[in-house]
Structure formats: structure tokens, C-alpha cells
Design a protein around this ligand. Structure first.
Ligand code: DAK
Length: 258
């Protein structure tokens, strides 16, 4: 039995982390199951992914403290690499990934959410990097992604104080894009995923690549990257149909990923 439930409908995949006894904390098995679920996505069909947590209380309450408590230095580094490899795979999935944060997103939970392209959350969501209070640093990319997503100063405040923040503050600092009533979170995540899935898949993938890879480059190289990706969209069936329909004042045919 897997700790990840996968549901695919209408080009949208929903991956639910399902370990409610430990508030969906990430142990090695959950990480392996998550990687298997991500590897198993049929990217010919899936155009957007949602990651969420089972239950109403927690997205992911962090890496598993019980499992980490007895690790040696070498094992700690290996555990960090394990999580980083899986989260990097999520970050580099060709299709957009939305984190629907339905409660606690602490430590590895916040790090998982930050590996996704877009974060939305419920009103009861709580974010934080409690690691320094446990005698460790974040180990699944938290120091790097947090400093890039919010200001370096705010990231350092969260890292050094180990204090959690609630949904409105996460919204204020740009860690999440929107906050919803708990019962609205998944419908809104699905609506956003379906909107993405209805757009031309080659163009959407190119946007993800342009933003992610461009941010690692200087502006001249980043702009060149955008030019190449922009050029590659032309002569695709979807570009031809999208522009034909606009000029004919018609609704375009469903995009084919071609
Ligand atoms: N690990 C393991 N079990 C956890 C857990 C976690 N992170 N969080 C919660 N649980 C378990 C609790 O132990 C409890 O289990 P039982 O006692 O029922 O068996 C069950 O979930 C329910 O939790 P509570 O009874 O505590 O529920 P409350 O509502 O009272 O509190 C809470 C909810 C989320 C505020 C509290 O559970 C809590 O503070 N949890 C720990 C949150 C936390 O500190 N998370 C960050 C973990 S550190 C690295 C690699 C990775 C990382 C760092 C370094 N390297 C390799 C360098 C990542 C680190 C982290 O993520």
C-alpha cells in the first residue's frame, strides 16, 4: 500500500500524501512512494499536477523526526539528498505543479510546497522552518528556496527564529498566492489546474522552463532562452489553431499538445 494516492482526471493529476497518523510527515517510505508516484505520471496525458495532504489538519508536518533522531552525520546527509532528489524532480517536472496546502506545512512540508510552481492554502494553514529549534538546518532545500521566494531577510527570520506563520502572513510575504476556506481549497486548486490544462501544453511547459531556468541565468542569457522557447512554439498545431481561432473570432479547438 502506498502513502501516496494518485487520481488523474481531465489532464489533472492529484497526488495526496496520506499518512494521517503522523500528520503526513515524510519518512523514507513516503519519500519513495512520492518519487514512484511522480515517476508514474503519464506526461502525455497529465498537463497539471496538484499535491496536497490527506485530512483537514496537515499538508505535511515535516520530515519524520522519529526517523531522523538516530541518524549519523553520513546518514543525515544521505537523508537530505534523498529528499532533495525527490523535490528537485517535482520542481523540474515539465508540467506545472500546484501545492494545495491544507494545514501544517512545517520543515520538509514547507520545503515540499516550495518545490511546487504555485502555492495556495486554506485559512488554517501554518508555515515554518522549525529545524533550528530541533538542532538541525532545513535539509530539503529550505534555506535556498525560501530565500529565493520571499525576501532573504524574511527567510532568515523564519530560519533563525524557527517561529511559524499563519496563512495571512504567508500571503502577505508572497509565500502563497491565495488563501481559501478549507472546503474551497481543492475546488480552487482543481479550477486553476484545469485552466492551466486547457491552455496550449507546449507553451505552458515552455513558460515553466523559461522561468525556472531563466532565473538561474544572467538577463542576456535568460532572454535568449526565452527567444528559443518562443520560437519553438511556432508551427506547432496548437499555435496555428490558437491564432487561427483568434483571427476568425472563434473558440479554439481543444489543444492537442502537438
Ligand atoms: N515527524 C514525526 N511525527 C510527527 C511529526 C513529524 N515531523 N509531526 C507530527 N507527528 C506526529 C506526532 O508525533 C503525533 O504522533 P502520536 O504521538 O499521535 O503517535 C501525531 O503526528 C500528531 O501530532 P501532535 O499530537 O503533535 O498534533 P498537534 O496538533 O498537537 O500538533 C504539530 C501538530 C504539527 C504542531 C506538531 O505535531 C509538531 O510540532 N510537529 C513537528 C513539526 C516539526 O517540527 N516539523 C519539522 C520537522 S524537521 C535534513 C533533512 C530534512 C530536514 C532537515 C534536515 N538533513 C538531512 C540535514 C527536514 C526537517 C524537518 O522537516
Amino acid at each position: 500500500m502506498s502513502f501516496i494516492q494518485t487520481l488523474v482526471e481531465d489532464h489533472v493529476a492529484i497526488l495526496t500524501i496520506d499518512r494521517p497518523k503522523a500528520l503526513n510527515a515524510l519518512n523514507s517510505e513516503v519519500l519513495s512512494d512520492l518519487e514512484t508516484a511522480v515517476d508514474g505520471l503519464d506526461l502525455d496525458t497529465v498537463r497539471a499536477v496538484i499535491i496536497t495532504g490527506a485530512g483537514e489538519k496537515s499538508f505535511v508536518a515535516g520530515a519524520d523526526i522519529g526517523e531522523m533522531s538516530a541518524l549519523s552525520k553520513e546518514e543525515g546527509e544521505a537523508f537530505g539528498k534523498r529528499g532533495n532528489d525527490v523535490f528537485r524532480k517535482i520542481e523540474q517536472l515539465p508540467v506545472p505543479v500546484i501545492a494545495a496546502v491544507n494545514g501544517f506545512a512545517l520543515g520538509g512540508g514547507n520545503e515540499l510546497a516550495m518545490s511546487c510552481d504555485i502555492r495556495i492554502c486554506s485559512e488554517n494553514a501554518v508555515f515554518g522552518q522549525p529545524e533550528t529549534g530541533l538542532g538541525i538546518t532545513p535539509g530539503f532545500g529550505g534555506t535556498q528556496r525560501l530565500a529565493r521566494l520571499v525576501s532573504p531577510g524574511y527567510a532568515k527570520q523564519l530560519l533563525y527564529t524557527a517561529k511559524n506563520i499563519k496563512a495571512p502572513e504567508a500571503l502577505r510575504i508572497g509565500l502563497v498566492n491565495a488563501v481559501y476556506a478549507p472546503e474551497e481549497l481543492m475546488p480552487q486548486a482543481i479550477k486553476m489546474a484545469q485552466t492551466i490544462a486547457a491552455n496550449a501544453p507546449i507553451a505552458v511547459r515552455a513558460c515553466k522552463k523559461a522561468v525556472n531556468e531563466g532565473l538561474e541565468e544572467n538577463m542576456d542569457d535568460a532572454i535568449r532562452l526565452e527567444e528559443r522557447l518562443f520560437g519553438a512554439c511556432f508551427e506547432t498545431e496548437d499555435q496555428v489553431e490558437g491564432m487561427r481561432a483568434f483571427l476568425a473570432k472563434e473558440k479554439h479547438a481543444p489543444y492537442q499538445n502537438k
